[in-house]
Design a protein around this ligand. Sequence first.
Ligand code: GDP
Length: 463
Amino acid sequence: MDRLQQTICALATPPGAGGIAVVRVSGPDAYPIVEKIFAPLHVGRRVAEAKGYTAMLGHYLLHGQEMDETIALFFREPHSYTGEDVIELSIHGGTAMADGLLEALITAGAAPAGPGEFTRRALEHGRMSLTQAEAVMEVIAANGRQGAALAKSALDGRLAKRIGAIQTALQSLNAHLTAWIDYPEEDVPELSDVQLLQTLRTQKAELDSLINGYGAGAVLRRGVDCVLLGRPNVGKSTLLNLMAGFDRAIVTPVAGTTRDIVEQAVQLGEIRLNLFDTAGVREVGADGDAIEAEGIRRSWKKLDEAGLVLAVFDAAQPLTDADREVARRCQDRPALAILNKQDLADSTENAAGTLRPYFKKVITLCAKEADSLQPLTEAVAELLGTAQLDPGAAQLCSARQLAAATRARDAIEEAIHARQAGYGLDAIGICLTDALQALCDLTGEDASDATIEEVFETFCVGK
Ligand code: GDP
């Protein structure tokens, strides 16, 4: 049987103890199935006759036995999340009652839903675009308010609109080219090079801005892997405690106590940092400390993978060789230099000057003071580009979307180069078709006929 003909059911709330649990039922037989297992409180009321957007109080039945009190919320197709008949059943939270309800529904003929199947059905019934379906997953996974706002704007269809505008511009350009090349007998005006290149450049810039915003958007939604780096005693643990708001790492005045990589997530403003505290960096081998050396090796390795590096230096002491090694390794990375112990330092200008060429940003602070949190938060947001990001604007929200957008951008770039190198319009047409295909992949639509359609609509070819 076609899967869409089946009625599916699943727990929509997280499993476990809680105030209420919601079980969702969707499909052509949602009403007959729920009627079998739901006893309305008011005699004479019937599930089969329930109108959309209404609720009914009753009990659910398992093997004919009255179970938990249940509120049924009714949706009639197509006015539901999936576009099908949907009933949401709210019962008391806890595993036993929810399991019982699912068992009753399955016995009555419903099938357990697969992962993401409700959203998939919404997609198949045209209730949302592919980009919106992906946004649903991102909204659920987002861990900060701005991240959630970002995903929400994709869910609202703003991303689809933004991509749609690029598609429209390229589409009409392509239609023009196709008409001009394929129907020479028709009176299609020739496209000027200036016009052609200008459209291509504008759309490429729009894709560039989407692609560039992806990294910052991902940081807001998912957080960033962060490495805290610096030789012993510069104040890494103190800084970690400042960010975490409690004594997570052991702070002692003895060098080298942080032997292992401490993993901890801290929320720095809107950004979640997945922190890897390091063993501290010292001149390796000087004292033959094998555990430290292993820790150091791991720190360097983490550095390669980190989306953010916080390198800490002691402002009260001259920079050492170990400090310079840290700085050198931070070059070309998303790294922030933190000159700590400002309170003990006479001047930090020299050290800051030495560090600046290696870092995206250098700040001076005192990790022991709570006031330092604000400038640190701002510096990180600026460095990662999240401060500049408008959470209300549409952004790409999956690696798949990023790959498709990048393909489209590259194809447009190729078209620009080809034209500048003197290639004919048919070559440009091929690049444009590639770009449009990539954008269709992005939005999940199949618009292979779109160009032809527009050729006929706009230029009245073959009248
Ligand atoms: P780590 O080895 O890099 O983790 O350094 P710790 O965080 O353990 O700090 C080493 C010592 O420096 C401790 O005694 C801290 O209290 C002290 N310390 C850290 N930050 C500051 C600061 O901003 N000002 C002052 N005066 N002392 C600090």
